[in-house]
Design a protein around this ligand. Structure first.
Ligand SMILES: [Ca+2]
Ligand SMILES: [Ca+2]
Length: 682
């Protein structure tokens, strides 16, 4: 098993060619970390003597080394004396890098230790008034990197000695005012600051990238890369990995970088985004060690091939504008944890589909903040998805409670995609297939109907007409005691009436007389409107069918307490009246006597109404159920219930009057009647 070589590496990439430091015009985007400061102490004599002694102890007496170092430090001293602080600082940093490079090249005295070099670097920084880097011995080891980079240097790859991590710094990425020491230090135990508050899965190796002096914001983003150990990592997860680090300036949140191939690293175990193929590295881009490692991996590669062992020439990279601690994370994956189910056209998909952001092991990433957006994936009928399609994650779960699709079809799927404030999106998901069926609603769930007036979805449990027996009578043979009926099927129906009174009287006039029929303070009406849905055109007749129960006045039921059914073409907004349930003639009943779905002064029964709506094939429609008292008289009755509203393209024939699995059988069938001309009370 290949283990990343976790040691510190001194990035010694930068040539020590003198950077042009006369141009110190900071770009607007740059936050200069250091610049000429009058208050800077430069040129402490005692420290100068200490540095001179260090140089003698570091460099063998060869013109190319000792003399060069001495000459460079003399120049630093001169710049200090001329109060050219920025130049002095640049040259001091370059001299520090010179010492580091020579140490890495084994050109210093063999007795020189990393501590000696670290002390020298710190003294140079201090001499020119820069904050000392502190102990950089870790960055001087072969698994780490140290380099000096200046603003005009050619593009520089600062890589660890084992080439497992690095950064590509282009010319000018560092401000024209800055020459900095870049260090890359492995953090094998992951102890550096890494605010992974969401609990994303992290992947070694971990590295701390720093600059001295600290650069809060580079001129341009630089490409950081890490070779990730993918041993045992499943293919889909390997494809999700992205670099992440603490987001500056507060470093309390994680910034996940968009994925870039770090081609300057000869990694031998990384996969490219979206590829499942074995990637053969270009020969010129791989190290010999990398090739050997690839060959070794091939020997032990499990069959069949898993992407975890795929080979890419580059490492996992990301563009960043500043350095903190970098490592790879898995941004997670979206999973449909409640799948969409077969649902009638236009109605809310129930139960509400949920999408959860999960780790590879299917545990929920509860602290993940962001949104999830669903859309139709497979779309067999050119359906349109309606409802709230973008939902914020709550405890790692997004719940879509009002999704609907307007057109019937078989084999729909939903897709889910995510957003995240970290810049990394979890892998998208696709739901299992489901069907959108013809419109049919028994009102057992909230399904997207809108209701005004006294319309309400109700179980009717325990509701009794309080106008009975003082103001209204029950029909002959009605044994209900004034109770509202059970829904036709299931536990819910829509009802035009008030739970508080059991009728549709609303506020009753004061001093209303006994057996008045119930007199309202004001007329009332309400509209119940279905969601929009599409009626397929299959060349067959189309029927609207619903079960209904009603009890209204019997004085002028032809013209008052109207129960109207209409259909709206959603495209044109035109509303077509299909008819009313009211009788076409008045029976001449007394004020307290009801007229019902059973007939005049007959106990109400559930009846099944069928109405031809073939004219609306191929249209997107809404159904509209309107109740209207039209005046204040005789309103103490139990009102209008509907259940099991459906539109079927299969048959115009009435369904058999079989008892339902639960609830009552429809005892009658009927159709709607034309609404009679409106006229005054007789
Ligand atoms: Ca029902
Ligand atoms: Ca009335």
């Amino acid at each position: 098993m290949r283990r990343p070589f976790l040691t510190k590496l001194l990035v010694a990439a930068a040539a020590l060619a003198l950077a042009c430091t006369s141009d110190r015009n900071a770009l607007p985007t740059q936050a200069p970390d250091f610049d000429v400061q009058a208050a800077v102490t430069c040129g402490d004599a005692a420290l100068a003597n200490k540095i001179k002694a260090e140089i003698k102890n570091l460099y063998p007496n060869k013109p190319s080394l000792l003399n060069a170092a001495q000459t460079r430090f003399t120049s630093v001293q001169t710049k200090c004396s001329q109060n050219k602080i920025a130049d002095a600082q640049t040259q001091a940093i370059q001299l520090a890098g010179f010492a580091v490079t020579k140490y890495q090249n084994h050109q210093l005295f063999s007795s020189v230790t990393p501590q000696d070099v670290s002390d020298h670097v710190n003294d140079l920084y201090t001499y020119v008034g820069l904050p000392a880097p502190g102990d950089i011995t870790g960055a001087l080891s072969s698994g780490a990197a140290v380099a000096v980079v200046g603003p005009t240097d050619p593009p520089t790859d600062v890589k660890t000695g084992d080439q497992q991590a690095g950064v590509h710094i282009g010319t000018g990425d560092i401000s024209a005012t800055q020459t900095v020491l870049v260090t890359i230090t492995p953090d094998p135990t992951g102890t550096n600051l890494f605010p992974n508050t969401a609990g994303l899965k992290e992947f070694p190796p971990f590295y701390d990238f720093q600059t001295f002096p600290d650069v809060p914001l580079f001129n341009r983003p630089v490409l950081v890369g890490i070779c990730v150990d993918l041993t045992g990592v499943p293919s889909d997860q390997a494809h999700r990995l992205q670099l992440a680090h603490a987001k500056r300036p507060d470093k309390t949140s994680l910034e996940i970088l968009a994925r870039v191939d770090a081609g300057f690293l000869p990694c031998n175990s990384f996969v490219s985004a979206g590829s499942d193929a074995l990637m053969v590295a270009q020969a010129g881009r791989r190290s010999f060690v990398g090739k050997l490692a690839e060959r070794a991996l091939a020997l032990f590669r499990p069959q069949p091939l898993h992407a975890a062992t795929l080979v890419l020439p580059g490492g996992l990279g990301g563009l960043t504008s500043n350095f903190t601690d970098f490592r790879a994370v898995d941004p997670g994956k979206l999973v449909f944890t409640t799948q969409p189910t077969n649902t009638p056209a236009g109605l809310f998909i129930t139960p509400a589909p949920t999408v959860t952001v999960e780790r590879e092991d299917n545990t929920t990433i509860t602290n993940f903040t962001g949104t999830v957006t669903v859309a139709i994936g497979t779309n067999p009928s050119a359906g349109t998805l309606s409802g709230t399609t973008t939902v914020a994650l709550t405890n790692g779960v997004a719940t879509f409670s009002n999704l609907s699709i307007d057109k019937p079809g078989s084999g729909y799927t939903l897709t889910a995609t995510g957003t995240s404030p970290t810049g990394a999106v979890p892998a998208p998901a696709t739901s299992t297939a489901f069907d959108i069926t013809e419109f049919s609603d028994g009102f057992e769930h909230e399904s997207g109907w809108s209701a005004t007036g006294f319309w309400n979805r109700n179980s009717m449990v325990g509701i009794t007409n309080s106008a009975y027996p003082i103001y209204v009578n029950l029909a002959d043979g009605d044994q209900s005691g004034g109770a509202l009926p059970m829904p036709f099927a299931g536990s819910y129906a829509f009802w035009y009436g008030q739970s508080s009174s059991g009728n549709y009287m609303g506020s009753q006039v004061s001093g209303d007389g006994s057996k008045s029929g119930g007199t309202s303070m004001a007329p009332n009406s309400g509209v119940l409107t279905s969601p929009a849905f599409f009626i397929p055109d299959q060349g067959l007749p189309v029927a609207l069918r619903f079960d209904t129960w009603w009890e209204i006045e019997s004085v002028n039921p032809k013209s008052f307490d109207i129960m109207r059914v209409s259909i709206q073409d959603v495209v044109t907004s035109a509303v077509t009246e299909l008819g009313v349930l009211n009788p076409t003639t008045d029976p001449g009943g007394a004020p307290p006597t009801p007229f019902t779905s059973g007939g005049f002064n007959t106990a109400p029964v559930w009846m099944q109404v069928t109405q031809d709506v073939t004219a609306f094939r191929g249209k997107t429609v809404r159904l509209i159920f309107t109740f209207d008292t039209r005046d204040i008289l005789y309103n103490g009755f139990r009102g209008w219930l509907i259940d099991n509203v459906r539109v079927t393209t299969q048959s115009l024939l009435a369904a058999p009057l079989a008892p339902q699995a639960s609830g009552l059988a429809s005892l009658r069938t009927g159709t709607l009647s034309p609404e009679q001309p409106r006229r005054p009370r007789q």
